[in-house]
Design a protein around this ligand. Structure first.
Ligand SMILES: *Cc1c(COP(=O)(O)O)cnc(C)c1O
Length: 387
């Protein structure tokens, strides 16, 4: 469990991301936390109570990352997984046959595939609701609802859910609230402070931040959930490797710098897109005309760097995706480089067309992960394919 007594509580988030939990190696003083590249550990004696016995169960580099994310999210304990989807899966592993889970209707395509192609065979029920509408959330609750699982802002439609209000509904019905916080990171949004029980991240995105590693993170707000999750991660064997744990730790050191820059750039790019005659509609939570701008301002300290937008003319899609000189046409998001994706055929291809159309994931929708380059270079690149 996280020992908060060790932590300099007076540090701001900007310093905490740099220093992490322990920050340095307690044995050698190494300022860079070491990569404990080992599968097993010397046992000092019969019946000795050792913290580390086998890396599937725990590893010091992974523990440092787990404690760091728990610290940043303000939770009881953190867990680091091989991928974001492995972290989502671990949250589902808290469910049993007969339980019901209420999901955001606009979720990451991989999470949808995990439910539809795998978890629906396990006699756990899943329903999807528009979590931007609290009445639909209330109406979606069943006597066996054990978890509400939301993403906010959603991927790719940037819908915002009111975390505190949904947490109240979940608590009234004895259900857990899990929040996928990938888009904003704890730097801009802390779901546990707003009442969530579980926070999930694709660490592959902003936390690692350089498009060079895969990771998933999960933070829980209670000792009871921490004990269950400790059993799940060691038994499912989905923990993150020491090297990848180190890469995510290194990424987190610049999280504050990067998130501020991503956001600053995204605001400039969104305002530029807004006046472009070839752009039909913009989905960015940082624009005052976004329907949930006020909710965002209340529950988050920033808007992040993700923008989706539709083009007026579908025939321009290919040029925008493939014609940029700097912005890359590639899946994923949250790294230093700006990436543009086509949700319909990439991230959300697993979602049936009828549902995609209903949500708004059409053939004219593009998603831009605004990187940390010079904003003018991003805008000039877009202008060269849009104008
Ligand atoms: C990418 C992503 C995931 C899945 O994470 P992986 O690291 O790719 O497994 C889950 N949720 C959201 C919001 C994502 O963007």
């Amino acid at each position: 469990m996280l020992d908060y007594t060790k932590i300099k509580k007076e540090l701001s988030l900007d310093s905490l991301v740099v220093h992490g939990y322990q920050g340095h190696d307690p044995y050698t003083g190494s300022v860079s936390f070491p990569i404990y590249q080992t599968s097993t550990y010397l046992n000092p004696g019969l019946n000795s109570d050792i913290e580390y016995s086998y890396t599937r169960c725990s590893n010091p580099t992974r523990s440092e990352l787990e404690n760091t994310i728990a610290l940043l999210e303000g939770g009881e304990a953190g867990f680091a997984f091989a991928t974001g989807l492995a972290a989502v899966l671990a949250s589902f592993s808290l469910m049993s046959a007969g339980d019901h889970v209420l999901m955001s209707d606009d979720i990451y395509g991989g999470t949808y595939r995990l439910i539809e192609l795998i978890w629906k065979r396990y006699k756990v029920e899943f329903d999807y609701v528009d979590v931007g509408d609290l009445e639909s959330v209330k109406a979606g609750i069943k006597p066996n609802t054990k978890m509400i699982f939301i993403e906010t802002p959603t991927n790719p439609m940037m819908k915002v859910a009111d975390i505190a209000a949904i947490s109240k509904i979940a608590k009234e019905h004895g259900a857990l609230l899990a929040v996928d916080n990938t888009f904003l990171t704890p730097y801009f949004q802390k779901p546990i402070e707003l009442g969530a029980d579980i926070v999930i991240h694709s660490g592959t995105k902003y936390l690692a931040g350089h498009h060079d590693t895969m990771a998933g993170l999960l933070v829980v707000n209670s000792k009871k959930l921490a004990d269950k999750m400790t059993l799940i991660i060691k038994t499912e064997g989905s923990g993150l490797s020491p090297l990848d744990s180190w890469l995510v730790l290194r990424g987190i050191k610049t999280l504050a710098l990067r998130m501020k820059r991503h956001e600053e750039n995204a605001i400039k790019v969104a305002n530029w897109l807004k006046q472009n005659k070839n752009v039909e509609k913009i989905y960015f939570v940082g624009l005052p005309e976004h329907p949930s701008y006020e909710v965002s301002k209340r529950q988050s300290t920033g808007f992040g760097g993700m923008i989706s937008f539709t083009l007026k003319d579908v025939t321009k899609v290919e040029k925008v995706l493939c014609g940029c000189k700097m912005i890359m046409f590639a899946e994923s998001l949250g790294g230093t480089e700006s990436l543009i994706t086509y949700p319909m055929t990439q991230t959300h291809a697993s979602i049936p067309k009828a549902i995609r159309d209903k949500i708004g994931i059409t053939d004219k929708l593009l998603r831009l992960s605004v990187g940390v380059e010079d904003a003018d270079d991003i805008i000039n690149d877009l202008a060269s394919v849009l104008d």
